[in-house]
Design a protein around this ligand. Sequence first.
Ligand SMILES: Cc1cc2nc3c(=O)[nH]c(=O)nc-3n(C[C@H](O)[C@H](O)[C@H](O)COP(=O)(O)OP(=O)(O)OC[C@H]3O[C@@H](n4cnc5c(N)ncnc54)[C@H](O)[C@@H]3O)c2cc1C
Length: 472
Amino acid sequence: MTRQVKVVILGAGTAGMTALKEAQRYTDDVLLINAGPYGTTCARVGCMPSKALLEVAHAYGRRDWLAASGIRGTNTLEADLESVMAHVRKLRDGFVAGPIGTAEALGERSIHGQPRFLDATTLEVNGERIKAEAVIIATGTRPNLPEAWRSFGDRVVTSDEVFELESPGRRVGVVGLGPIGVELGQAFAQLGCEVHAFTRGESVAGLSDPDVNQSLIDVLDGQMSVTTGVEVRLHEGHDGVVMQGGGQEVEVDWVLASLGRRPNVEGLGLENLGVALDKRGVPAFDAATLRIGELPVFIAGDVDGLRPLMHEAADAGRIAAYHALHPNAECLARRTPQGIVFTEPGAGYAGLIGAKLPSSGVVTGSVDFTRQGRAVTAGRNAGRLTLYADERDGRLLGAEMVAPDAEHLLHLLAWSIQQQLNVDQLLEMPFYHPTVEEGLRSALQGVRRELGKRRTQPDLPLCHEPANAALC
Ligand SMILES: Cc1cc2nc3c(=O)[nH]c(=O)nc-3n(C[C@H](O)[C@H](O)[C@H](O)COP(=O)(O)OP(=O)(O)OC[C@H]3O[C@@H](n4cnc5c(N)ncnc54)[C@H](O)[C@@H]3O)c2cc1C
């Protein structure tokens, strides 16, 4: 028997569920097929449980500063890891309920099973044939784990398993210091665990500016042992796992392997689409429309490898569904990129990162948060922010930072970059005192110094400019 459907979506994650909502604006004839667990990676094992854990860790991590600031009794505080993990899972269960409920409410328009393309418009799942006018592949990614490390069982876990640990041991190893390794490593360190982190490259948290990167390493180094530029080997220890690398050998109770992620494309029958696949097994696609060649097949979310973040997966789902149902529509632009790592201080980028800047024509300005007034009052004075601007007109191109409240500063910067604002326009904005935004102002002033521009008036808007009429 063959079912005829207008749009079939493969994967009930963020991209798939957003594609579903977008498609439902135009038609009810949508079918969702999901092979793995429901609830989305973000809510189930990603953004949300990691942030729940980090919030507790950051709060507990404040106890030394509280004690130094005159608050007595902090030495009696204790991190009960079993209860902390149960708290994280309780919040997680609340977050996954929404997407699970949405999928369940689809009734027969939701299938649990492993779909396979027979050709570009025909799929097979659970023995049923589906004929689709358009298909959206939104099957996400899964963590990399070297085959040899699987023999360690639950002593070597990935982000897929870590939140299920009921009572994690207090000697923790971390391999890989990208955003996930850095966040979870710091969380367990702040909760009082002995954390030993190793990473292959010199960069942590995906940062590319050497000074900004070093400022995060300095913070982490005070909380855990951090070794960069080494390849780690694991072997069975007396009472745990032995990590070996960079001339060090240390035994831990368990290891978090955060070694990047790979696309979920196996078994989808993509070879039957008749298009070339790259070395990850992903078909070539148009980065604007997310369409695969001339086929009525689209690819959205982490599986496409373009922008593996939650809000980007959601946008990709919207774009794919929109183009699937409006094949001749004008393409939609992507928003200014930003990435946020929820360490304390936070880290991340907005716009172009240092490594992707043109080799000339760029000026920079920086601020060191170790001496920034508001950060000092809060005992959160660590990190560094660097801005990149176009030498011709002072237009902001990008930023990298490690800073208190980085998540908010990065939004301000991403919004400014998307609005194509230049340094003068930004310095005309209000800055309250005392705030960390004053640190951003220092960096903007640094850019202007680099530009060699001398202002002939104070940094205030001119009355005669129409946009400022209401301010005069
Ligand atoms: C620990 C961690 C922390 C993170 N923190 C953040 C953060 O703070 N902010 C942020 O923006 N991003 C964060 N992310 C990234 C974010 O979770 C992802 O970008 C987002 O979940 C990607 O959504 P997706 O729809 O592409 O994939 P997913 O949500 O993974 O959805 C894919 C779906 O496809 C299903 N599937 C798999 N194979 C098949 C198949 N063959 N057929 C059918 N269905 C299949 C899966 O079961 C799943 O339901 C984090 C990720 C992790 C792991």
